[in-house]
Design a protein. Structure first.
Ligand code: MN
Length: 377
């Protein structure tokens, strides 16, 4: 079974006011050519097809073009799920009809996880959903977070799974090996939950021969060769400047797995350029650039001047200022640790009101604080 694993297309995404649509069209149309050449059996898109729940119309047009070419021209089945950026219901529009043409889009979470069988291999499609709606849908009180929700869904798959067959799971989320330090995230991934843990432990996925994940934008494996993020095909934030963007070509059987990376290489790269303003003004580039200026003093109108040489400049920061700021931050934290509550309130008040706390107010605050310490009355 030869799988092309990709995810996090985020079609329609705007990065620092630049639309990524041109790069997305370039990379995705090339992807169709590549899957034709590589004779893959199936293409997986593991969530975040779009960047927003209601994508711009150009994004919908591009997605339609790519899916149509994959199915009609390349002649391969496509398996896609919703990620946390997608609208589950909107993504699923027409899905039952599209399935008859081998475009399988699973948008909403179902009571029974959808299974699609291709050339004897079973694919389980697990779209992203929040734990509260999954708890309601499955009527399972014990679901308190995403880890519980995933466990319950995987248990129900495993109850009916044929362990002799090759089984592949497609999912979207934050899968870790023990703790979140085990994987590398980026600035452009939105948190999956507020108030409860967003992490799911990789141990839950042991029964599968391959787990095709979406969400983290850096290509990486989690604990084993068989659990992987393909990453996004394009750099979507400054923190991704050093990523090697790729699709994964996976040759899979019960006994073995080999994974090859297919670099995506859009014409316009996203890079960080570090140096003094005068040096940088000697160069030029049509890439997306984040500047890190080493100048000690501010340069008047630096960004506009740089834009004449770098029309796709995305951002600029002064390294010296950043360093001063982080020193000041850590000093503030140190001081905060040593002050008592009344002194801290004093600071807060004078910062907020631009005038010092007078004696009358100080006494009032002190009285309140003493009451609080006594347990409140
Ligand atoms: Mn995501």
């Amino acid at each position: 079974m030869r799988i092309l694993h990709t995810a996090d297309w985020h079609i329609g995404k705007i990065v620092n006011e630049f639309s990524m649509l041109e790069e997305q069209a370039e990379v995705l149309h090339r992807l169709v050519d590549q899957v034709k050449e590589l004779e893959v059996d199936v293409l997986i898109m593991a969530g975040d097809l779009y960047d927003r729940a209601v994508p711009p119309k150009e994004a919908v047009v591009l997605a339609t073009d790519i899916f149509t070419r994959l199915v009609k021209e390349a002649g391969i089945p496509v398996l896609a799920i919703a990620g946390n950026h997608d609208s589950n219901e909107r993504l699923e529009y027409g899905a039952q009809l599209l399935s008859t043409s081998d475009l399988h889009i699973e948008g909403t979470v179902k009571q029974k996880v959808r299974k699609v069988t291709i050339k004897g291999t079973h694919f389980y499609l697990l779209p992203f959903g929040d734990h509260v709606s999954i708890r309601k849908l499955l009527d399972k009180e014990e679901i308190r977070d995403l880890q519980d929700a995933t466990r319950v869904q995987l248990d129900s798959i495993q109850a009916e799974m044929d362990p002799e067959a090759v089984n592949v799971l497609i999912a979207h989320g934050y899968v870790v090996n023990g703790g979140k330090e085990s994987v590398e995230d980026s600035e452009s991934e939105r948190p999956l939950s507020i108030g409860t843990t967003e992490y799911v432990d990789v141990e839950l996925f042991e029964a599968f021969d391959y787990v095709a994940l979406g969400h983290l934008h850096k290509a990486q494996k989690v604990k084993t060769d068989r659990v992987r993020y393909s990453g996004s095909p394009i750099k979507y934030s400054k923190s991704e400047a050093r990523h090697k963007k790729q699709h994964l070509l996976v040759d899979l059987s019960k006994e073995s797995i080999t994974v090859e990376s297919i670099p995506t290489e859009p014409k316009r790269d996203l890079r960080i350029l570090k140096g003094h303003f005068d040096e940088l003004m000697q160069g030029e580039s049509e890439d997306y650039i984040f500047f890190e200026l080493e100048d000690k003093d501010y340069v008047i109108d630096a960004m506009n001047q740089l834009r004449r040489r770098y029309p796709y400049a995305m951002g600029l920061e002064y390294l010296a200022k950043k360093e001063r700021q982080s020193k000041a931050d850590s000093r503030t934290h140190e001081l905060a640790d040593r002050k008592n509550v009344l002194e801290l309130f004093d600071d807060f008040y004078s910062n907020f009101k631009d005038q010092p706390l007078d004696d009358e107010r100080r006494q009032a605050v002190q009285a309140i604080w003493e009451t609080v310490q006594k347990g409140g009355e």
